[in-house]
Design a protein around this ligand. Structure first.
Ligand code: GTP
Ligand code: MG
Length: 225
């Protein structure tokens, strides 16, 4: 079977990373996911009810990484229990709609919820979606950039419709998680000394719990290195 960009069920998996999508209803969370997981887009997307997830396996630094992306309803009445949704999440995509100011104004609330329920070291990206609707823009890029800097979040504007920056947004989060996890694994190896090094050399699938990947300080932000 050919191994295409959208994965191959038979390949071996080195890491599984859970990433959650959050943000107001109709900002495009489900379509961003659909673009990433299946390279599909629908204009008559229905509001999500409860929780769904999709996966896509990709390669980061010669390791195969299964991205497990969770999507929930922006509408309060359809949302599933939050703590379960955030459990084990290593990345979060905080989405607003660049044509709806209110969806951006609600971002601090989403961030609060995230910080209350998710692991402290979670990697967060702020996403301004629907960048194809430039003529209806209600949120200047600069405002969002400034907010992201202040809150130490990554930031990108995307279009699920135009397939602009969707791949980049996911890669930003997944690569950062990858760096955190592999650094932590290395550090663990060093701590244990050379005796145990053979156990780290293998092909084990390690799905670190949140506690295992907490770096000394919160390093979710925007270092350019
Ligand atoms: P909930 O499930 O209710 O939380 O909403 P959601 O955030 O999942 O929104 P969804 O993905 O269902 O998209 C809402 C509407 O916006 C749909 O009509 C989509 O087709 C449209 N949409 C999503 N992304 C884009 C985009 O990048 N550009 C444009 N023009 N429309 C988009
Ligand atoms: Mg949805």
């Amino acid at each position: 079977m050919a191994s295409g960009a959208y994965g191959d069920a038979s390949q071996k998996i080195d890491y599984v990373f859970k990433v959650v999508l959050i943000g107001d209803s109709a900002v495009g969370k489900s379509q961003i996911l659909s673009r990433f997981a299946r390279n599909e887009f629908s204009l008559d997307s229905k509001a999500t009810i409860g929780v769904e997830f999709q996966t896509r396996t990709l390669v980061i630094q010669h390791k195969s990484v299964k991205a497990q992306i969770w999507d929930t309803a922006g509408q309060e009445r359809y949302r599933a229990v939050t703590s379960a949704y955030y459990r084990g999440a290593m990345g979060a995509m905080l989405v607003y709609d660049i044509t709806k100011r209110q969806t951006f104004d609600h971002i601090p609330r989403w961030l609060e919820e995230l910080r209350a329920h998710a692991d402290k070291s979670i990697v967060i990206i702020l996403i301004g979606n629907k960048s194809d609707l430039e003529d209806q823009r209600a949120v200047p890029t600069e405002d969002a950039k400034e907010f992201a800097q202040k809150e130490e979040l990554f930031f990108l504007e995307t279009s699920a419709l135009g397939a602009t920056n969707v791949e980049e947004a996911f890669m930003t989060v997944l690569s950062e998680i990858f760096n955190i996890v592999t650094k932590k694994t290395l550090a663990a190896g060093e701590d244990r000394g050379s005796d145990n090094s053979s156990s780290l050399a293998g092909k084990k699938i390690i799905i670190p719990g949140p506690a295992q990947i907490i770096p000394e300080r919160n390093r979710m932000c925007c270092r350019s290195s």
